[in-house]
Design a protein around this ligand. Structure first.
Ligand code: SDX
Length: 429
């Protein structure tokens, strides 16, 4: 459906097409703006700029709505599995029984990594951050799995997507085991995707890991909630890098690097560090709140605020409820959860946060869930990356399938020096 907008400047008038989305969002299509007027637009941080048409994820930031391929995330969190949700995001619909079985077998068959990868891990400094390791190792996968000339492009894409989904949890667990000098645990075909990850992380020769149903369910929900989120920073990185026609491993590696940032996926680790600092300060959140409101202080209240959600992040609602249920079932009392709830209570009454529409986002309670499962804080953002991988792959595939797919190359407004001649060194002061 199309509509039109008119732009006038200094007597010059241009009519621009308006694109209208399935849910009524409107966008002015400026594809021909520079060719017809010489003008470009300026939008630091792209807060007002749509980069693509997409049919994968829908968000309504005012109403706190999130749907994957039309299905509300609340329903997927309650009824689906992470594997099934990954299939939905990548293929555009839920799999039938036969398709899901085939997908499971492919993930299992590809879940091992080349044994030589272990030497890579063993040579990282022990204190390396797991996100830096994961980003490097995903890029390194390309060297172990070069393009298969015997396959057509479709088959090549399918096998590469499957390899990444199957291997990322093996690589994450391997990184953890090797960082602790422990024996690497291999994936098993008799375990589900989530069970396998927890077993690879926590099983060891003297104390075999007992699959804990509540922990597996919490991980299932955690990964479903993180699976996609339209054109966020790391997904945009994947789309931009892959637009140069680089391989999927390199594009995903760039997404992992972007997600590492504390303003993005790194916030889940930063939230726990912030709550721990509040705990050390006798549980007083006063200092954190004052710093967050101080314009001269770069400190932000981690886990609060969002570029799109100007209301409660629907994922945070589910995560908060899961904290209560999981900690009760595991009989864990985590003082950081009480501090988090108190902080939320104070913030939601504070005019600064109300005026700025700052509510808890997905990262505010997610760390409490991961702590209860036994995941080390340094691996929290890796957990986010494993969850987001199906979304990155789905978004990458959508851009590859777009007939108008072109290299991403924004313009700029130049504010530097005007032209002047080179000054030889002897003439410079
Ligand atoms: C994720 O995009 C996605 O979808 C991301 C994500 C996904 O699933 O991919 O949802 C995952 O990244 C969630 C966000 C995790 N990050 C954090 O929790 C870090 C803390 N939050 C902020 O840094 C911030 O809210 C952002 C980065 C999330 C959003 O920043 P914006 O949209 O660029 O907003 P802004 O920085 O321009 O802030 C607008 C105003 C400013 O005040 P004014 O100068 O206008 O007076 O709000 C203030 C900011 O100072 N503000 C905050 C704040 N967040 C915004 N003030 C204090 N604490 C905060 N957390």
């Amino acid at each position: 459906m199309e509509d039109f907008a008119t732009l006038t400047y200094n007597g010059q008038k241009i009519t621009l097409p308006v694109v209208i989305g399935t849910e009524g969002e409107r966008a002015i299509d400026i594809s021909n703006l520079r060719a017809e007027t010489g003008f470009i637009t300026l939008d630091p941080g792209y807060a007002n700029t749509g980069s693509c048409l997409s049919a994968i994820t829908y968000m309504d930031g005012e109403k706190g709505v999130l749907r994957y391929r039309g299905i509300p995330v609340e329903q997927l969190a309650e009824k689906s599995t992470f594997k099934e949700t990954a299939y939905l995001l990548i293929n555009g619909r839920l799999p039938n029984r036969e398709e899901l079985t085939r997908f499971s077998v492919m993930l299992n068959d590809n879940s091992l990594v080349h044994e030589d990868l272990k030497t890579f891990y063993q040579n990282f400094p022990r204190a390396s951050h797991p996100m830096g390791i994961l980003s490097s190792m995903v890029n390194a996968l390309r060297s172990f799995y070069p393009a298969l000339t015997t396959l057509n492009l479709r088959e090549e894409i399918t096998i590469t997507m499957t390899r990444l989904l199957a291997k990322i949890r093996t690589m994450a667990a391997m990184s953890y085991k090797i960082s602790r000098g422990h024996k690497v645990v291999y994936p098993r075909s008799d375990l589900t995707y989530c069970e396998n990850f927890l077993n690879m992380m926590f099983d060891n020769p003297v104390r075999p890991y007992q699959i804990n149903r509540e922990a597996v369910n919490a991980l299932r929900v955690f990964w479903i909630l993180h699976a996609d989120h339209e054109q966020n920073c790391s997904t945009t990185a994947v789309r931009v890098v892959s637009s140069a026609r680089v391989n999927l491993y390199a594009a995903i590696s760039s997404g992992i690097a972007a997600l590492w940032g504390p303003l993005h996926g790194g916030a889940n680790q930063a939230v726990i560090e912030m709550l721990t600092a509040i705990q050390a300060d006798g549980g007083s959140h006063k200092k954190a709140i004052e710093r967050a409101k101080d314009k001269n202080d770069p400190f932000r209240l981690m886990g609060f605020g969002h570029r799109v959600y100007k209301t409660y992040d629907p994922r945070a609602k589910i995560m908060k409820k899961m904290c209560d249920e999981l900690l009760e079932s595991l009989q864990i009392n985590d003082p950081l959860l009480d501090i988090a709830k108190e902080l939320e209570e104070v913030v939601q009454k504070d005019p600064y946060f109300i005026d700025h529409n700052l509510y808890p986002n997905v990262d505010f309670y997610s760390g409490i869930v991961l702590r209860a499962i036994g995941i080390p804080t340094s691996m929290f953002t890796v957990m986010f990356a494993i969850g987001r991988l199906p979304g990155w792959i789905a978004q990458w595939k959508e851009s590859v399938d777009d007939p108008k797919w072109k290299i991403c190359r924004p313009r700029q407004v130049y504010t530097g020096a005007q032209a002047y001649d080179f000054v030889p060194i002897h003439a410079r002061v």
